[in-house]
Design a protein around this ligand. Sequence first.
Ligand code: PRX
Length: 664
Amino acid sequence: MSEARSDAPEATMANGTVAPNTAEMPDTTPSSDVYAPSDGMIENANITAYMRKKGFDTYDDLYQWTVNNPQDFWADMAQELEWYAPWDQVLDESHAPFYKWFAGAKCNIVHNAIDRHLTTWRRNKVALIWESEMGEMRSYSYHLLNREVSRLANVLKSMGVKKGDIVTIYMSRIPELMFAMLACAKIGAAHSVVYGGFSVDALADRINDAKSKVLLTADGGYMRGKVIELKKIVNEALQRTPTIQTVIVTKHTGQDVVMETGRDLWLHDLFGLPIASALCDTEPVDAEDMLFVLYTSGTTGKPKGVVHTHGGYMVGTYTTLKMVFDIKDEDRYWCAADPGWITGHSYIVYAPLITGATSIMYEGAPNFPYPDRWWNIVSRYGVNVMYTAPTAIRSLMRFGEAWPSRHDLSSIRLLGSVGEPINPEAWRWFRDTIGASETPIMDTWWQTETGHFMITPTPITPLKPGSATRPFLGVDVDVVHEDGSSCAANEDGMLIIRKPWPGMLRTVLNDPDRYVSAYWEKVPGGVYTAGDSARKDEDGYIWVIGRLDDVIKVSGYRLGTAEVESALVSHSSVAEAAAIGLPHELKGNAIHAFVILRMGFEPSPALEAELKAHVGHEMGPIARPEKIEFVTFLPKTRSGKIMRRVLKAQALGQDVGDTSTLET
Ligand code: PRX
């Protein structure tokens, strides 16, 4: 069994010991404080310029116009980008909920992310600054980025990769991951990035669902001074995948790896061949052609392959980054997420390049070798806009003010948060300590499925700590009861989106019925159900409370109880398993599992440790249960479904509620 890794930097101190579990739970009580934007911020914001151009005086008026005329608004934004051929229709609703945006148009997201900059001064602008925790640094201008992407695109073409194929990518946070995604898109193929923190089973499942023939990976990646042996995990996963014919391996960490003759090739060898020419035309595709599939956890069974397309996604990600993070040409922008998740797809790879930004990518832990690593990066590169997750903020907050105070953080103009509700205490610390008590925080609510920000402040929004504030332009959000009727102010309900938006998922790969039933049939009225509970206050501010389904957010990462349970039952000792999420001071939630053992196996601390390591090996370190309880009975409905709600209430010492369907 491979060594269990821990990718959750937030739970581990710089010296490798686990942080004591002593702090109070995050305070999630709504805060009534309101932080107004400064006059300077309002005056200079991209959104103010747009508001004035359209002749509106307030965000409310502009919002109202966009939500009444979403097609006009999104077409306006689309016109800021380049298309090979125009659309016939902004939105085709004829097969709802299989909506089409910019139907009939020809485009390619890479044309907007790279090609169009090459004929302007941005050709020489730094597109990407990359640094690894081990000290290696590289930077790429738009010109050089284009060369690297074109060479890889030609290599892929020479291997027969074409439109309609899905190429799987499994790497750590290195520039080649970005090049790989862009190279696929450039030739009209789709990518499926599997997060580098996932392991054997998770990788094999995703490759099999996408039926990939080509896999791009690396020998290894770095995390907290250790090498994550990606190629070793790949070799094991490929024993369970019949479709992969070719594996292209980037040399990064340099340790010995097993390469299979006839299947595995080093990227640097391929780049030495004439096929890897730096001249490659970008393939015009239909606006609705698949750009990527990204797997995400749902309520039941295997993860869903969420499908995104070129045209609408390109417009939605570009618009939101420009308006919310207010990106200007002179900015240095840093999204500290992993490109293997939607935040990285949209806001490390695509949107920053489309806006022509200079962005930063960091491979490693925030606290390696010391807890000021991130602040060191901010000051050295002069970061103006920084985007991260509450779990990381909480973990760095524990180390105190002394670490950030050693660095000049005065370049920071805007901060951002994503992934889970941010507790007001962490919000204030981020603003006060990192943002000099004046930097606004953009608390952005969105999902793998939504593609881009949906509920978010802009630089001109008065902020309430802990609330993602108001719907973005053109986005029609509500909080409703199960029958679809709107909730009263401050009443908890289901978060829904009433109208389609350009970056929305188009379907679930290989399972269109699941697309309809999971998102469009939960609430009557043809509306999109997000799966979150929320409330709207008297000012129309949205307060997201958490997931309503069996999705657990661990350190902002999305995991399904079903995946953890199936990893547990794949161990020879386990007959049945149930997983739940319980509140955790740093991770937001931690996984607790309940296990019924097979005959002949006895509960023991050693078996608990083995089962945790087994889940880490199969799924990845983020899915490792915090605690495993051995039980002889699991509460179930009469139809045999495990009542996780009951387990959770019991674990929290709460009233278990209605158990009338409980099997007795
Ligand atoms: O529960 C919400 C939470 O993250 C879920 C989406 O997870 P995922 O698809 O992995 O995408 C995360 C990054 C976009 C949502 O259903 N969530 C995300 N952002 C916020 C949030 N909850 C509260 N506030 C947020 N800002």
